[in-house]
Design a protein around this ligand. Structure first.
Ligand code: GDP
Ligand code: MN
Length: 377
């Protein structure tokens, strides 16, 4: 998943003819002040943290300024701050517009229908997840003929858009669908799409490029804005590895067991910090690499929850013991293991010989790791 920053998203919007406010991305408060003084960004202006997380409006990461000095100090306050676990390195500064209404428009890949899905709602400006389903209009699009005129008209009705604005919306939807299609996006979202007089302006831009089309877009290969350095390293080693905000590391196999393990930890008051899905690997070297990666994430405790199917318990146990031996002493972490399934007894014996106890009960093992993380703090 290549999630583009708002700045890059808006560049694409401009390229395809989706109207956006005048503005730019800046990396320092001085740059912001200069851009405003030079008239590149009209006053009053909006300043937003360029981060991949949403909810900036609510979270205080959107500010307004009416003088160059104000713009400078607003940028200084945003840059370097942290938002949703990310340090803000860039700020978006653009003209502040007088919003009439805030609408919602998106094209997303509906994987169940196997078709693009156009969603529109007159309740824009808030997270779409919080809008009643009844207030969101959904239309699947036939990709061969593409977005049809009657679908655009239905979208206009659902948004309460009529008159000259309807023509604007028609052009905007056509342009946005073309972007979605040509760039192989899995999501293009405008929230809010602002009604400003008789114009429409995309105040925000969320664009996610479909991974399976990456080979058609070498231009995105260098953009892994959404991955942490460790996640990037994991990707190179082809290990499914995701960093979260908590302090407990999870090593499991298979997406289902991994997700269930995260849920169980939460259930017992734990906070998963990083999870790693060993998948069906049967290769002790891979298990070792996974452990070394885990060690670098510096978890307070690690929960190893493995079902031995394709990956037999003894293989995992062997990999684990080798891996533990190669983790430098200062990077070691308390470990609670639970391995069940094929060759379980052999696996448990290998672990025990290395001083690691396997707790067969799921609750008991989850409680043990939550307690271990708490003690380590
Ligand atoms: P998000 O909260 O992270 O999705 O950030 P957005 O870019 O969507 O901005 C959040 C909110 O800031 C919007 O819903 C608007 O209410 C407000 N906002 C953003 N740009 C402008 C602007 O030009 N004028 C006005 N009046 N409000 C704005
Ligand atoms: Mn938004």
């Amino acid at each position: 998943m290549v999630k583009l920053t708002e700045g890059r998203g808006k560049e694409l919007f401009r390229k395809y003819g989706v109207p956006v406010p005048r503005g730019r991305v800046a990396a320092s408060a001085e740059e912001v002040e200069r851009a405003v003084r030079a008239g590149e960004v009209p006053l009053p202006c909006v300043l937003k943290a360029q981060v991949l997380a949403g909810g900036r409006g609510k979270g205080g990461a959107v500010r307004f300024a009416s003088t160059p000095e104000e713009a400078r100090s607003a940028a200084a306050a945003i840059l370097g701050s942290r938002f949703a676990g990310e340090t803000v390195r860039e700020v978006i500064v653009e003209e502040k517009v007088a919003i009439g209404r805030e609408l919602y428009v998106s094209f997303a890949l509906d994987r169940t229908a196997r078709l693009p899905l156009l969603m529109t709602s007159a309740r824009g400006g808030v997270e779409i997840e919080s809008v009643d389903a009844g207030q969101i209009d959904r239309q699947t699009i036939e990709p061969f003929p593409g977005l049809a005129a009657y679908e655009r008209r239905r979208a206009a009705r659902s948004l309460g858009v009529a008159g000259p604005l309807a023509g604007e919306l028609d052009r905007l939807l056509t342009a946005l669908y073309r972007l979605y299609d040509s760039e192989d996006a899995e999501l293009v979202e405008i929230n809010p799409l602002a009604v400003v007089g008789d114009k429409l302006l995309a105040l925000d831009a969320k664009v996610i490029i479909e991974d399976d089309a990456a080979f058609r877009h070498p231009e995105y290969a260098a953009l892994h804005d959404d991955r942490t350095p460790l996640e990037e390293l994991a990707r190179e080693k082809e290990i499914a590895f995701v960093q979260l905000d908590g302090n407990i590391g999870v090593i499991a196999n298979g997406a289902g067991l991994t997700m269930a393990t995260l849920d169980v930890l939460k259930e017992f008051g734990g906070a998963p910090g990083v999870f790693l899905d060993l998948g069906g690997t049967d290769d002790p070297k891979k298990v070792t690499e996974a452990f070394l990666l885990m060690a670098q994430a510096k978890p307070k405790a690690v929960f190893l929850n493995i079902f031995g199917g394709v990956t037999r318990c003894d293989t995992v146990a062997n990999g684990l013991v080798t891996a533990l031996g190669s983790v430098p002493p200062h990077e070691r972490f308390p470990l609670v293991a639970r391995i069940r399934g094929n060759n379980e007894a052999e696996g448990i014996a290998i672990l025990r010989a290395a001083g690691v106890t396997s707790v067969p009960d799921l609750r008991a093992s989850a409680e043990a790791v939550v307690a271990a993380a708490r003690e380590a703090r």
